[in-house]
Ligand binder design. Structure first.
Ligand SMILES: [Fe+2]
Length: 344
């Protein structure tokens, strides 16, 4: 494929970049093969890059946020219908699931814009339905970063969409209880894994990996999960990916209630508290790929000053180096510094 030089002022969304762009600190801002969107073009201009190489003749149509949002809402609506059908005893509609799976998979060629779009549209309404779509999108991203083949990616999307389907059999007042669940209620809630398995086991052609993910997505590496307390080596990769995506989405969505959690708080949780619980391989893939996306973002720190994320240490992605004026703050060293908010 031929490479050509273009001026950064001529960049438009959809161009595929033909070189890896580093900032002054050696951190990758955009890697070769990435399809540009408005956000990335802004970052490249901020870096002061004058011209760069793109792949000639390869122009990928990038979805705008509006298009993404429209498709996303349609998918959420279909998941809602699917869940409603099961609740009222109409059975499981495979055709409808496949429609949503196809729609999610259409995004498989694009790169960073899923992260960008997901960050924009999270909302607290209709949590279960949008959570299912989010988990399938995040699972798809992780699968792609792990270079899984198309067949596995399809299973990941299915498993993500269906992982909590068993919640349709959990009593409504437990599912929607505002306060903490009693031990008894929690035991009932845990059964959504087994209920989900039962709903799907008789569905023709359902893949065993998808069934396993529905049953086991709350199992943990150290055996502390449910329903059976399996340990890491018994848990399939598809399930491990869905478990990480499930927790990641639940934590980032919680932002709506807690107000002040940034993605870096979630990264910190993933780095420190998920040890022994979630697959370290999958967590690392998520952290390294997601975190790089924030290089070049402007942040406000707990002292009130604003700065820019210039380097993310792969060994501790929750503690980046931040440039504030002419000063560099390494959060690995300056432990009192916290990121309060991401401004752009
Ligand atoms: Fe679940």
């Amino acid at each position: 494929m031929e490479k050509v030089f273009v001026y950064s002022s001529d960049l438009v969304p959809g161009m595929k970049i033909a070189e890896t762009i580093l900032n002054d600190y050696g951190a990758i801002v955009v890697s070769e093969g990435t399809v540009l969107d408005d956000n990335l073009i802004g970052k490249l201009k901020n870096l002061g890059i004058y011209r760069l190489q793109i792949f000639d003749r390869e122009f990928i149509k990038v979805e705008t946020k509006d298009v993404f949002q429209k498709k996303y809402n349609e998918n959420v609506k279909k998941v809602k219908e699917l869940i409603w059908d099961i609740s009222i005893g109409n059975g499981f509609n495979s055709a409808k699931v496949n429609e949503v799976v196809d729609s999610v998979l259409e995004k498989a060629d694009e790169r960073s814009d899923i992260v960008n779009c997901l960050n924009q549209i999270r909302s607290a309404d209709e949590y279960t339905y949008s959570h299912s779509v989010n988990v399938s999108l995040i699972s798809l991203l992780i699968g792609r970063w792990m270079k899984l083949n198309d067949e596995k990616l399809r299973l990941l999307v299915q498993a993500g969409l269906l992982h909590d389907i068993g919640k349709t059999k959990v009593p409504f007042d437990i599912l929607n209880k505002p306060g903490k669940l009693t031990d008894e209620e929690f035991e009932e809630m845990k059964k959504h894994t087994v209920y989900g398995y039962r709903i799907l086991e008789s569905v023709p052609l359902i893949d065993r990996d998808v069934l396993a993910a529905v049953l086991m997505h709350h199992e943990r590496e150290d055996g502390s999960g449910y329903p059976t307390g399996l340990t890491g080596e018994k848990i399939h990769l598809i399930t491990k990916i869905v478990s990480v995506a499930d927790i990641f989405d639940a934590m980032t969505s919680n932002r709506v209630y807690k107000g002040k959690e940034t993605p870096f708080d979630v990264f910190k949780y993933m780095e420190e508290d998920s040890i022994g619980k979630l697959s370290p391989v999958v967590v690392n893939v998520l952290l390294n790929n997601m975190a790089n996306y924030y290089i070049g973002d402007k942040v406000r720190l707990n002292g009130g000053e604003t700065g820019e994320i210039v380097y993310i240490n792969p060994r501790s992605v929750s503690k980046p180096i931040i440039k504030v004026g002419n000063r560099y703050i390494d959060m690995m060293v300056e432990k009192d510094v916290k990121i309060q908010e991401i401004i752009s």
